[in-house]
Design a binder for this molecule. Structure first.
Ligand SMILES: Cc1cc2nc3c(=O)[nH]c(=O)nc-3n(C[C@H](O)[C@H](O)[C@H](O)COP(=O)(O)O)c2cc1C
Length: 252
């Protein structure tokens, strides 16, 4: 790529970060009374597995301040199983649904999100979780269930490829892949939706960091990944839904 092209792309990136005042002067699909998109993606299979919610059984003997101060990125994992309850906690604290507002207008979740649009879906590649076979999964936040999407022939190879050769990730117990369904936030925020959505993704990632830290698990989020490969892995079309953020969680 030529220097000129690189500079042009940098300019585009900066411009994307700037609030576009014109956004205030056009009507959103919400204001035009167009139908609201579904709050969550419908199940992709018919095999949902209920997740436990007895979080009080997880021993977290640490105050909030020390969890915040202990948070860091870990890339060395011991490849042990995490429990189903631990996985359930990680999913709930990052993307679980606490409450539904209005007439199916919004979901309220532990992570902050502009306009409570919660435009993300959570997919997993599980390698070491008690009671679950390894493979690809999709989280159903409304019912707090997991659906099994299918096996992965070579787990390590698939994980490595998904994160463009960052091989430390293939020792994780579970990989999180967050996709965005852009229309969920475009419906309300028009062409400013995408700028805010990446802030929302940061909150999801930070919640997972803190939940994993509270459980003394290692975690590192990743912005470098092979988007097309991840999209294919979870049967996403790459346009109406595509991967935006990834995290590895493993035992220390
Ligand atoms: C948005 C974001 C993207 C990141 N992407 C990667 C990545 O692709 N690969 C990686 O090894 N670390 C990645 N990290 C981890 C950071 O490099 C790490 O947070 C940084 O080294 C600071 O360390 P700390 O988290 O322990 O404070 C990412 C972190 C964030 C928040």
């Amino acid at each position: 790529m030529e220097e000129k092209e690189i500079q042009e792309k940098i300019k585009q990136g900066r411009s994307f970060m700037k609030y576009d005042e014109m956004n205030n002067h056009v009507l959103s699909d919400q204001q035009l009374n167009k139908p609201q998109p579904a709050l969550c993606k419908a199940p992709m299979r018919d095999n949902a597995i209920a997740l436990p919610k007895n979080f009080e059984d997880l021993v977290i003997q640490e105050d909030f301040t020390s969890i915040l101060l202990r948070r860091k990125s870990d890339r060395v994992y011991s490849q042990k199983d995490i429990s189903l309850l631990q996985l359930s906690y990680l999913l709930y604290m990052s993307q679980g649904v606490k409450e539904i507002r209005g007439n199916n207008y919004a979901t309220i979740r532990p992570a902050a999100c502009g306009g409570a649009r919660h435009e993300f879906e959570t997919y997993l590649i599980i390698s070491h979780v008690e009671e679950l076979k390894s493979g690809r999964y999709h989280y159903l936040p409304m019912s707090h269930e997991l659906e099994y999407l299918g096996e992965v022939e070579d787990l390590k190879e698939t994980i490595d490829q998904s994160v463009v050769g960052q091989v430390w990730a293939d020792r994780s117990s579970v990989m999180f892949y967050w996709s965005i369904i852009p229309y969920r936030c475009e419906w309300r925020y028009k062409f400013d939706a995408h700028r805010a959505a990446l802030m929302d993704a940061g909150h999801v990632g930070q919640n997972l960091y803190l939940a994993a830290t509270a459980l003394h698990l290692g975690i590192c989020t990743l912005a470098s990944f092979d988007r097309e490969f991840c999209d294919q892995c979870f049967e996403l079309d790459g346009e109406e839904e595509f991967t935006v953020y990834v995290a590895a969680v493993g035992t220390l």
